[in-house]
Design a protein around this ligand. Structure first.
Ligand code: PLP
Length: 375
C-alpha cells in the first residue's frame, strides 16, 4: 500500500508504540496518592514536559485532551466572549460556535487581515467584552500557512483580544511558530505519528475559557477525567522524533510530483501553490474527473489519498474551504489531497504520478470519444 494521506492520520511511529507499551504495563491512576499512582503520574508529567518544552512554556500550561476536536471545542465553546473564526478552519472550529463571526479568506487560502480588522473594530464599536480570534497555523486540505505573526501584530492594536491557533497540521513540521505570542494553541498526537485519542490545549496566557468537561480536578481543573497516560507517552515520543524528520526531502518529493504532473497536464490546478505551504501537502485538481472517481481509482491501485470532507448523508460535497477560495463547485469537486510523510519514498511518488497520468489520459480520452460520438 502507498499511503499518501498523512494529514488525515499518520502511521504510528514504532518508538511511540514502544513508549506506550512501557507505560501500558503499569497500573495506577495518575491522580492516586499511593506509590503506584505516583509512578504513572511521573510518566504523564514527563510527556507533559516534552510538549511544554516544545512550546517553551511550563508544564502547568499544557492540558491533555482526547484530541484536537475536543481541544478546539474547549477553546471556542468555553471562551467567555465573542469569537471570530474564518472560512479556512477545520469543521471542529468552524462548527463550535454558532454565534461566531466569520472572516473571509482570499484565493490563495490566506485569511484577509483587513477584513479581520474590520470585524474586530465593528465588535469593539458595540462592546468591550473579550474577543477570541481563531486562526489555524496550516490548513489540512491545502497546506496553506496563515500569516500568524502579522495577525498577532494586528490584534495588538486592540485591548482584550485573545488569539487561538489550531496548530494540528503545523506541529512537528515547522518550529518557528512555536515562539509566537499566541495565547491558546491546540494540537493532536495522531497527525505526527503518535496514537489517536490524545491531544492538548496549551495556555500561553490566562484566557477566559471555562472547562468543557467537569467532574474530577484533573488537569488543574481545566479538563476532568482520568488522563490517557499511555497516549500521552506515545504523543511525547512522536513529538521528539519529529525533530529528525527530513522535511527538505519531503518537500523535494512533493515539488517533483507537482512539477511532473503539471508538465504532463498543464491545465491542472495546484491549489494554494502561490502561498507558503506545508512541505508535505498537495491539493491537485484533475480536470474533467470527479475526486470521488479518482479516489476509487487510486484505492483500487493501492494508493491512499483523500477527496474532501464527506457529508453526513453519505454524499460528498465540494470543500467549503476551496469554495471560499473562489473555486467553482465543478473544479472544487475535482480536487484531491495528497499528503506525504516521513517514510514516503521516490518510488511511492513515481507510482502515484504514473497512475495519475494514466487515469487522466484515460478519462480525457473517454470524454473526447463521448463528445465526438455525440456530434
Ligand atoms: N484541526 C485540524 C486542522 C485537523 O486537520 C484535524 C484533523 O483532521 C483536527 C483539528 C481534529 O483533530 P483530532 O482528530 O485530534 O480530533
Amino acid at each position: 500500500m502507498i499511503y499518501l494521506d498523512h494529514n488525515a492520520t499518520a502511521p504510528l511511529r514504532p518508538s511511540a508504540l514502544k513508549s506506550m507499551n512501557d507505560v501500558a504495563r503499569l497500573v495506577g491512576n495518575p491522580s492516586a496518592a499511593h506509590r503506584a499512582g505516583s509512578v504513572v503520574r511521573t510518566h504523564l508529567n514527563a510527556a507533559r514536559k516534552t510538549i511544554a518544552d516544545h512550546f517553551n512554556v511550563s508544564i502547568h500550561q499544557v492540558i491533555f485532551t482526547s484530541g484536537a476536536t475536543e481541544a478546539n471545542n474547549f477553546a471556542l465553546k468555553g471562551f467567555q466572549g465573542d469569537v471570530i473564526i474564518n472560512y479556512g478552519e477545520h469543521d471542529c472550529v468552524f462548527k463550535a460556535r454558532k454565534d461566531a463571526y466569520i472572516c473571509p479568506i482570499n484565493s490563495d487560502g490566506v485569511i484577509k487581515l483587513d477584513k479581520l480588522d474590520e470585524i474586530i473594530a465593528q465588535i469593539r464599536s458595540q462592546s468591550d467584552k473579550p474577543i477570541l480570534v481563531s486562526v489555524m497555523a496550516a490548513n489540512n486540505e491545502t497546506g496553506v500557512i496563515q500569516p500568524l505573526a502579522e495577525m498577532l501584530a494586528l490584534l495588538r492594536k486592540y485591548k482584550n483580544v485573545y488569539s487561538h491557533c489550531d496548530g494540528v497540521q503545523m506541529l512537528g513540521k515547522r518550529n518557528e511558530w512555536t515562539a509566537l505570542d499566541l495565547d491558546v494553541i491546540t494540537i493532536s498526537s495522531h497527525k505526527i505519528g503518535g496514537p489517536t485519542g490524545i491531544g492538548a490545549i496549551i495556555f500561553k496566557r490566562d484566557v477566559p475559557i471555562l472547562p468543557l468537561l467537569v467532574g474530577g480536578g484533573q488537569e488543574r481543573f481545566h479538563r476532568a477525567g482520568t488522563q490517557n497516560t499511555v497516549g500521552a507517552a506515545g504523543f511525547a515520543q512522536a513529538l521528539k522524533e519529529c525533530a529528525q524528520d527530513d522535511w527538505q526531502n519531503i518537500k523535494n518529493l512533493r515539488d517533483y510530483m507537482e512539477q511532473t504532473i503539471i508538465t504532463a497536464a498543464p491545465q491542472v490546478d495546484i491549489i494554494g501553490q502561490k502561498s507558503d505551504r506545508l512541505a508535505n501537502t498537495s491539493c491537485i485538481t484533475m480536470p474533467g474527473v470527479k475526486n470521488t472517481a479518482q479516489q476509487i481509482y487510486f484505492d483500487l491501485n493501492n494508493i491512499m489519498i483523500s477527496t474532501g470532507p464527506a457529508c453526513s448523508s453519505g454524499t460528498v460535497k465540494p470543500s467549503r474551504i476551496l469554495i471560499n477560495m473562489g473555486m467553482d463547485e465543478v473544479a472544487a469537486s475535482q480536487a484531491i489531497r495528497v499528503s506525504l510523510g516521513w517514510y514516503t519514498t521516490m518510488q511511492d511518488i513515481e507510482s502515484f504520478i504514473n497512475y495519475w497520468i494514466s487515469f487522466y489520459k484515460q478519462s480525457n480520452h473517454q470524454q473526447m470519444s463521448t463528445q465526438i460520438g455525440a456530434q
